[in-house]
Design a protein around this ligand. Structure first.
Ligand SMILES: NC(=O)c1ccc[n+]([C@@H]2O[C@H](COP(=O)([O-])OP(=O)(O)OC[C@H]3O[C@@H](n4cnc5c(N)ncnc54)[C@H](OP(=O)(O)O)[C@@H]3O)[C@@H](O)[C@H]2O)c1
Length: 350
């Protein structure tokens, strides 16, 4: 049994913690909280030990905390950092490296530049084996993970026949539970989005991938619009969809009018956190024109990276093979069953 501490209990940390509690190979030591608010008692009511920064212990005198984050780290085999973007790097320098504790970081960090947390950006589909034996690894962000789920199978199937990928990321403004964040009525342009460079860390630095991004006022997932150019007449939409029939974490849907339909379905079907944990090809939008395939898929922003963290944790903690890790992740996340439910619910109308 390995001991894991989750530092940060927001959108990502609370989800990771919830799934890890169902993992018989893991003991969750506890979670790290930084603000003395009602979420402390929510975590305690879920049976979790709550730890806080040593210098803030007095701020939490109204709560039944279990001790300092510093002391919790001394007890764990690995920490999953789920702090706001940029804080993971600081935590690495101040806490994890001095204590020699392996750590997983989230997509708000960087693997490039002076504040890089790792030299590896993880995507289970592309570079699972590279994570074994590593001490510090960053899980790609939701958009970066989602793009990998589409690009990697396309490259495997079509290889040299591909000329370029042009992707427009339409990003959600906030998460559903981030009620403190206002969703502003504007379409915001993102200058120099990091996502393309991040994908190239596992897809190859010279990959002909061109990414633009905008942010729109919704809490309901990201949508990626992708044009794929071929050296020849492009494959038919059905040939593209066939590639993803057995692909992990990719559902092919025909009748979802928008992203909220999918979230509602997840809620009605009782999926944890109303997450699907996957991306969804909107098959009715796939077209093949001359040398180009146009496609769209939505990306469950909060859910998609959670099984990925679980895969990564197994590579780092147990040195498992991809197949063993995949089987275990499947037993906890039931991705195949969720995919079938979604594909049946949004099946093609005859
Ligand atoms: N949300 C998404 O859809 C999504 C998807 C993929 C990746 N990510 C990435 O995941 C990371 C976490 O994002 P999130 O959306 O979960 O953020 P979030 O909801 O804002 O939660 C952040 C959590 O970190 C805690 N925290 C504050 N300072 C900290 C510190 N110095 N060290 C550790 N934890 C600290 C906060 O504690 P208090 O509440 O007690 O202040 C809060 O619980 C980011 O890197 C983000 O880019 C997010």
């Amino acid at each position: 049994m390995k001991k894991v501490f989750i530092n940060g209990y927001g959108s990502i940390g609370s989800r990771i913690t919830s799934f890890l509690k169902d993992d018989p190979e893991i003991t969750v030591i506890g979670i790290g909280k930084y603000s003395p608010d009602e979420k402390v008692n929510v975590a305690i009511s879920r049976g979790l030990n709550v730890y806080v920064p040593e210098k803030k212990v007095n701020d939490f005198s109204d709560y039944k905390i279990s001790g300092s984050i510093e002391s919790a780290l001394d007890k764990c085999d690995l920490v999953i950092d789920a702090s706001p973007g940029g804080h993971g790097y600081k935590n690495k320098k101040i806490l994890y490296e001095p204590k020699n504790i392996p750590a997983i970081y989230q997509g708000g960090e960087s693997t490039i530049g002076s504040e890089s947390v790792s030299d590896l950006l993880f995507n289970s589909r592309a570079n699972y084996d590279l994570a074994s034996g590593k001490k510090h690894v960053m899980q790609g962000s939701c958009n970066v993970t989602g793009m990998g789920r589409i690009l990697e199978p396309l490259r495997e199937k079509f290889g040299d026949e591909l000329i370029r990928f042009d992707v427009t990321l339409i990003r959600r403004w906030a998460d559903i539970e981030q009620t403190e964040k206002n969703v502003i009525d504007t379409i915001e342009m993102s200058e120099k989005p990091h996502h393309g460079d991040d994908v190239k860390l596992y897809f190859g630095k010279d990959a002909p991938l061109y990414v633009r991004a905008i942010k729109v006022p919704t809490r309901q997932m990201h949508l990626h619009i992708m044009d794929i150019r071929f050296k020849r007449i492009a494959p038919k939409p059905s040939e593209i969809h066939d590639i993803f029939t057995n692909e992990f974490g990719v559902a092919t849907l025909w009748t979802a009018k928008g992203t909220q339909d999918i979230r509602n379905c997840a809620q009605n079907m009782g999926f944890s956190f109303t997450d699907t944990n996957m991306i969804h090809i909107h098959a009715n939008m796939t077209t093949s024109i001359g040398d180009t395939v146009q496609m769209m898929y939505s990306d469950d922003q909060t859910g998609v990276v959670i099984p990925e963290n679980h895969m990564l944790m197994q590579a780092m903690l147990f040195d498992k093979s991809y197949t063993d890790a995949f089987t275990h992740t499947e037993s906890i996340f039931h991705m195949t069953e969720k995919k079938q439910i979604l594909e049946k619910y949004f099946a093609k109308n005859n």
